[in-house]
Write a protein that binds this ligand. Structure first.
Ligand code: NAD
Length: 340
C-alpha cells in the first residue's frame, strides 16, 4: 500500500485500443472509490528501451512488488527473435493458471441464455513451450511436455477455485485416448487431487466431445480444467457463447503475482477512434478486485456495467450500439454515482 493506504497495482495499458480502454477503467474505478493507486508502466512493441528488452525488468519488478497487475492487449511483434510479450510475461512470472469466467450478459443478443461457466487452463506447458525443430527438410518435431508438478498445481488451483466460488462440478478435459502418456498424466493428477475434495462432482470428457456439448448445451457446464492447447481453443469457444471477445475477462494466476487482462487483441482497425468496448478490461479489473478481496467494489462496478448493457445505454458498435468508449464509460459512472 502507499502512504494514503491505497493498494499499489501495476497498470500496463498496452497497445492499439489499450490506452483508451485503460482510461475508461481508471475513470470508473475512481468513480467507485476503489482504493487503488496505479503504477503505470510502458511496454514497448519494439526493442526501444535501454536494455533492448520489450518487457523491462522495472515492469516485471513492479508486478512482483505489487503482486497484482491489470494489462491491456499487447501487439505481438512479428519478426525473428521476438517472442510473444504475453508468453514472456507468463514465463517470467510463472503465471501457471489462466482463468476465464463466461457468463451470459442480459441485453446482448445471444443464441444461448444462462451460460455461466469457467475455464481453467494450464498456462505454462504442453505444446506452448516452443520446443520445436526441423528434423530434416520436410519433417518437423514439436514436443509437448506435461509434468506431474504442473498438473498437480493446476488441479489444486481448479478445485480450490470451485470451493471459493461455490462451484459444484469440474470436468477434466483431455485427449487421453490418443495422448495416453501426456494427457493420461494430467488426468491421473486431477483424480488424485479430486480425492481431497469430496463435495465437488468430478468427471472427464475428451476435448472433441466437450466442444460438441458446449455448442449444444453450454448451460449444462459449470467448470472445466484442461492442458494449455485445449484451454486456448475451448476458452475462445466459450467467449463466443456469451457474445465475444469484447465482453470476456480473464486472469493469469501465479504463486507470486496475478495479471488480469481482456482476452481480445489491440484492435488496430478501431484504435484511437473512441469506438473500443472497455467491458472486457473492466470485468477483468473486477476479477482483480475479487482476487484482492475488494468484493464490494467489484460488485458495484459489475452491477453498473450489467445494468448499462441491459438498458443498452450508449453501447459501442461491436454490440450494435451507437455509443462510444467515452459515452459508455459515462453511462457506467452515472449508475455508480446513482447507485443503480
Ligand atoms: P483483435 O482482438 O485485436 O481484433 C479482432 C476484431 O475484434 C477486430 O475487428 C477488432 O476491432 C474487434 N475488437 C477486439 N476487441 C475489441 C473491443 N474491445 N471493442 C470493440 N471491438 C473489438 O485480434 P487481431 O486483429 O487478431 O489481433 C490484433 C493484434 O492484437 C495482434 O498484434 C495480436 O498479436 C494482438 N493480440 C494480443 C492479445 C493480448 O495481448 N492478450 C490477444 C490477441 C491478439
Amino acid at each position: 500500500k502507499d502512504e494514503q493506504g491505497n493498494y499499489l497495482v501495476t497498470l500496463l495499458k498496452g497497445h492499439g485500443i489499450g490506452p483508451e480502454i485503460s482510461r475508461s477503467v481508471k475513470q470508473i474505478f475512481q468513480a467507485a472509490g476503489v482504493p487503488i493507486t496505479w503504477e503505470e508502466h510502458e511496454v514497448y512493441s519494439r526493442a526501444m528501451n535501454k536494455e533492448g528488452d520489450l518487457l523491462s525488468s522495472e515492469t516485471i519488478n513492479s508486478i512482483r512488488r505489487n503482486k497484482v497487475a491489470l494489462k491491456g492487449p499487447f501487439m505481438t511483434p512479428i519478426g525473428k527473435g521476438f517472442r510473444s510479450l504475453n508468453v514472456t510475461l507468463r514465463k517470467k512470472l510463472q503465471l501457471y493458471a489462466n482463468v476465464r469466467p463466461c457468463r451470459t450478459i442480459k441485453g446482448i443478443d445471444n443464441i444461448y441464455d444462462n451460460v455461466d461457466l469457467v475455464t481453467i487452463r494450464e498456462n505454462t506447458e504442453g505444446e506452448y513451450m516452443g520446443l520445436e525443430h526441423r528434423v530434416v527438410p520436410g519433417v518437423s518435431e514439436s514436443i509437448k511436455i506435461i509434468s506431474r508438478r504442473a498438473c498437480l498445481k493446476i488441479a489444486r488451483y481448479a478445485f480450490e477455485y470451485a470451493i471459493r466460488n461455490n462451484r459444484k462440478r469440474i470436468i477434466g478435459v483431455h485427449k487421453a485416448g490418443v495422448m495416453k502418456k501426456g494427457d493420461g498424466l494430467f488426468l491421473e493428477c486431477l483424480r488424485e487431487i479430486n480425492e481431497e475434495y469430496p463435495t465437488i462432482q468430478y468427471s472427464e470428457k475428451q476435448v472433441d466431445t466437450m466442444c460438441m456439448k458446449l455448442a449444444m448445451n453450454p448451460q449444462d457446464c459449470d467448470m472445466m480444467v484442461m492442458p494449455n492447447l485445449y484451454g486456448d481453443i475451448v476458452s475462445d469457444l466459450c467467449a463466443g457463447l456469451i457474445g465475444g471477445l469484447g465482453l470476456t475477462a480473464s486472469g493469469n494466476i501465479g504463486a507470486e503475482a496475478a495479471v488480469f487482462e481482456a482476452v481480445h487483441g489491440t484492435a488496430p482497425d478501431i484504435a484511437g477512434k473512441n469506438l473500443a468496448n472497455p467491458t472486457a478490461l473492466l470485468l477483468s479489473g473486477c476479477m482483480m478486485l475479487d482476487h484482492m478481496e475488494l468484493y464490494d467494489h467489484g460488485n458495484t462496478i459489475r452491477n453498473a456495467i450489467y445494468n448499462t448493457i441491459e438498458e443498452r445505454d450508449n453501447l459501442t458498435r461491436d454490440l450494435k450500439g451507437a455509443g462510444s468508449t467515452t459515452l459508455f464509460t459515462e453511462a457506467v459512472i452515472k449508475r455508480i454515482e446513482n447507485k443503480t
